[in-house]
Design a protein around this ligand. Structure first.
Ligand code: CP3
Length: 355
């Protein structure tokens, strides 16, 4: 199989690179004035996700502005529950709403098994359109939510602070929760395979809420579903290239060894995990992505540069590091801070020990 040339794909596969690649979770978003302008043109966030031409525009905005090393499909994890038949809306300020919530076997029966080529066709169109716009500049990352994280929204009806409904179901009716997770494993596997067929060159699974679980519950209700998805993915793209799989589970640094054994190529870490120790803990089984605290972007340019260099130095001059924040960029960030961060990472060298 030919080796990839893009440094992001090379780092995912633990091949040597000229420097550490960088992309940023939520790199296309509200902190960019050009994003706000395109969203206004689309009408609202969901209409933007469903408009391939405008979704392509917002995917390209941070690539054009900052010269990042990878692009990420502009969409949302919650389009999958919507394609399964749930009503989805984004209320201003209060986050996403999904209804009616799943609370019984009969609610589950009403869910549809989506065909990504029809119900999510707009995503496939967007992927093809972004690949044309990128024209080989940098690779395109596709994504999905993890079954556990999607289930939290489907059972809670939106964002939650306590996760009482889904945890109540997990402890009292684990078979019902497992039945929902099984449906989501199938839906997400089909969805990511369709993304790969239409041209994404890497995929990331977001387990935003894995960190609310205890160790045993994480292994059983979150990691196991992700492991089954990873096992079901077509890991070779239509162009014959390997498609790396990134597992990002927020607040899950203590389960790192188990995640590294899931079959993925890269584990994404948040800022609470010691990156230097993490590299030793995974023993070369996977590459690591992360892990600067997004809040550093509210500090001074000098401090941002020092913190970026601290992360790069913590991983050290070894292959297999993708620089990222430990979670998504926040809307209060300003573009000049991001430009400073990207420059700090792209100008950094390990002296004679190029990574
Ligand atoms: O990273 C990127 O640039 C790609 C686009 C992307 C979005 N959402 C766009 C978005 C990605 C990869 C996601 C994933 C996503 N969506 C996750 C997992 C990642 C994470 O942050 O942990 C989750 C949990 C969601 C669900 C979701 N979508 C929430 C909770 C919210 C509301 C919170 C918020 O930030 O307002 C969204 C909305 C959303 N998704 C926005 C964007 C740009 C903001 C919408 C807007 O008002 O314009």
């Amino acid at each position: 199989m030919p080796e990839p040339t893009h440094r992001f794909l090379r780092a995912c596969l633990r091949l040597p690179t000229d420097r550490t690649p960088i992309w940023i979770m939520r790199q296309a978003g509200r902190y960019l004035p050009e994003y706000m302008a395109t969203r206004k043109q689309a009408g609202d966030f969901l209409s933007l996700c469903k408009n391939p031409e405008l979704a392509t525009q917002v995917t390209m905005q941070p690539i054009d502005r900052f010269g990042l090393d990878a692009a990420i499909l502009f969409s949302d994890i919650l389009v999958v529950p919507e394609a399964m038949g749930m009503g989805l809306s984004f209320g201003t300020g209060e986050g996403p709403l999904l209804e009616p919530v799943i609370n019984s076997a009969s609610d589950l029966e009403k869910l549809h098994d989506p065909d990504p080529e029809s119900e999510l066709e707009y995503v496939m169109k967007t992927i093809r359109s972004i690949r044309r716009a990128l024209d080989g500049r940098v690779p395109l990352i596709g994504f999905s939510g993890s079954p556990w994280t999607l289930a939290t929204y489907m059972i809670e009806g939106g964002s939650s602070k306590t996760f009482s409904r889904i945890k109540g179901m997990m402890y009292d009716r684990p078979e019902l929760l497992q039945a929902l997770l099984d449906r989501l494993v199938a839906a997400v596997t089909n969805y990511l395979n369709a993304q790969i067929r239409h041209g994404v060159q890497a995929v990331q699974i977001f387990d935003t809420w894995g960190g609310v679980l205890g160790h045993d519950e994480f292994l059983r209700f979150s990691l196991e579903s992700m492991r089954r998805i990873v096992a079901g993915l077509e890991r070779i793209g239509p162009d014959g290239a390997k498609v790396p799989v990134i597992l990002f589970a927020k607040g899950c640094g203590s389960h790192l060894e188990a995640m590294a054994d899931s079959g993925c190529d890269v584990v994404g870490l948040d800022w609470t995990t010691d990156l230097a120790r993490a590299r030793v803990r995974v023993q070369g089984r996977v590459a690591l992505q992360g892990n600067m605290d997004p809040a550093v972007l509210s500090a001074s340019p000098e401090r941002i540069r020092r913190e970026a260099e601290r992360v790069l130095t913590a991983y050290g001059p070894h292959p297999g590091h993708v620089f990222n924040l430990g979670h998504g960029i926040t809307p209060d960030c300003t573009p000049d801070k991001v430009a400073g961060l990207v420059a700090a990472v792209q100008n950094f060298t390990f002296g004679s020990h190029a990574p």
